[in-house]
Design a binder for this molecule. Structure first.
Ligand SMILES: [Zn+2]
Ligand SMILES: [Zn+2]
Length: 68
């Protein structure tokens, strides 16, 4: 599989990741890692786990998540 964003630029680059949101293949230049806090049930509420997980997004989805 090739990077979807590179394909749009008429370049073929092997994908090393997949956007978690839209499923597009991504090369290392187009993959945007985001930390993701994980929660677990604790007593009456939830607690945030000490370590954040990783989420990889494409440029489009990363921008969309930051927009209003
Ligand atoms: Zn790319
Ligand atoms: Zn995406």
């Amino acid at each position: 599989m090739n990077c979807f964003d590179c394909q749009a630029l008429d370049t073929a680059t092997a994908a090393v990741a997949i956007c978690r949101s839209c499923g597009a293949g991504l090369c290392d230049r187009h993959a945007h890692p985001h930390p993701q806090a994980l929660h677990r049930a604790a007593g009456m509420g939830t607690a945030t786990r000490r370590h954040a997980a990783r989420r990889l997004l494409c440029e489009t989805c990363a921008v969309a998540e930051r927009s209003d």
